[in-house]
Ligand binder design. Structure first.
Ligand code: PRP
Ligand code: MN
Ligand code: MG
Length: 181
């Protein structure tokens, strides 16, 4: 029998540590958006675990929605070059949009997505990422809410994948090199 845990080198962030930080973020967001028309949009698929935990720590009335995008990444640096594979269902005009991501790495996905979503005229747009890898950034992106800054390690779990697997691992862990080498 093969368990995902055996492919993990070490736990970088335990589910308990994550839960504490997610609660803090939820409290902050609840304060910042009190009395505002908030819509949180999760970017599939990596954000789903973070999203479902975070939304329950936000204590004000809100809407949720989802998008799936594929970034052309560093291959194409022209602005707005993100392909929308699945679009949100709600109209965001006049609403306060909060984009929820699991991780910001090069920054291209969020940079390009921001460009596109600004055109839909929301009242405001902010970004919320559980993890930030500052060492990998290629383009500056203004992320208002960050859970943790992490080193440039191969992390999986809590929604993050390697080759589409390990998203179901409960902690954020560093993958064993033998798995991808
Ligand atoms: C990952 C991650 C972010 C993005 C960050 O998604 O979930 O969305 O890459 O990378 P960047 O800052 O370099 O653009 P991925 O494209 O792997 O899709 P997934 O969420 O379905 O795993
Ligand atoms: Mn993603
Ligand atoms: Mg991925």
């Amino acid at each position: 029998q093969h368990y995902v845990e055996r492919d993990i080198e070490k736990i970088l962030l335990s589910k308990e540590e994550i839960a504490i930080r997610v609660k803090e973020l939820g409290e902050q967001i609840s304060k910042d958006y009190e009395g505002k028309d908030l819509i949180a949009v999760g970017i599939l698929r990596g954000s789903v675990v973070f999203f479902s935990d975070l939304m329950r720590e936000i204590k004000i009335p809100m809407e949720i929605d989802f998008m799936a995008v594929s970034s052309y990444g560093q291959g194409s640096k022209s602005t707005g070059s993100v392909r929308i594979k699945y679009d949100m269902q709600e109209d965001i005009r006049g609403k306060h949009l909060l984009i929820i991501e699991d991780i910001i790495d090069s920054g291209w996905t969020l940079h390009n997505l921001l460009e596109q979503l600004r055109g839909r005229k929301p009242e405001s747009i902010e970004l919320c990422c559980l993890l930030n890898k500052p060492d990998r950034r290629e383009v500056e992106v203004p992320v208002k809410y960050i859970g943790f800054d992490i080193p440039d390690e191969f992390v999986v779990g809590y929604g993050l994948d390697y080759a589409s697997k390990y998203r179901n691992y409960e902690h954020v862990g560093i993958l064993k090199r033998s798995v991808y080498e």
